[in-house]
Design a protein. Sequence first.
Length: 275
Amino acid sequence: MSDLDVYQGAVRTSNAKVHGPEAFEGMRKAGRIAAECLDVLYPLVQPGAITDDIDKVAREFILDHGAYPACLFYRGYAKTVCISPNHVVCHGIPGQRALRDGDIINIDVTAIADGWHGDTSRMYGVGEIAPRARRLIDVTYESMLRGINAVRPGATVGDIGHAIQSYVEAQRCSVVRDFCGHGLGQVFHDSPNILHFGRPGEGPALKAGMFFTVEPMVNLGKYQVKLLSDGWTAVTRDKSLSAQFEHSVAVTETGFEIFTHSLNGLDKPPLIGGV
């Protein structure tokens, strides 16, 4: 991201913002809309579904709920969500591709409600998925939870990264290095950067009132990725499967709050679509 990212007068800064109670309310609303959007997409994820059709449903849902899709026209991106199948790590562009039995896909959505950003993603299985794909999804989800559980005042960004990396590598998977979580609020991508690897005690200290995403991308193979010619789609270099989960969270006085939970419990494995 660039050093300057502006939305409705909010500006990206080099230091993480600390927010008050009204901001928490704004983030709860934005996070709820984003989570509900992914819930609505759940039954659409089935063999034969066209990814662009899924994107259109997401756009209509967000607009119908008085919010705006943050990704739409962001830096030239022309879709509402990112849909990343199989070895696509992130930023897959919806199009005419039909989902196939056995695919695993990540859908990533950000809704802007009253100027606040709710950013979340989750994995879906298409039909019958292979045991190794199921295991990757489970490992990725658990790694995100471990990272979030490291969030509290006085902890550091390195504590989050270490919690994720140590678990993932113990499961003989790898953590992508090229992409990270980020601060958010009235700015889509703000400080601090949340690395999903690192050492305990290193990096910026967390303070109550900080908002950011925790969104590890985990590969079955090696962690290296490459960017395709469309300038958006990132894939694993070794073509191994990749998975990601993401929540928007806040640091509270006693720990953390997750803004993007699904009230229907659809934000955690098992996530098999078409039900």
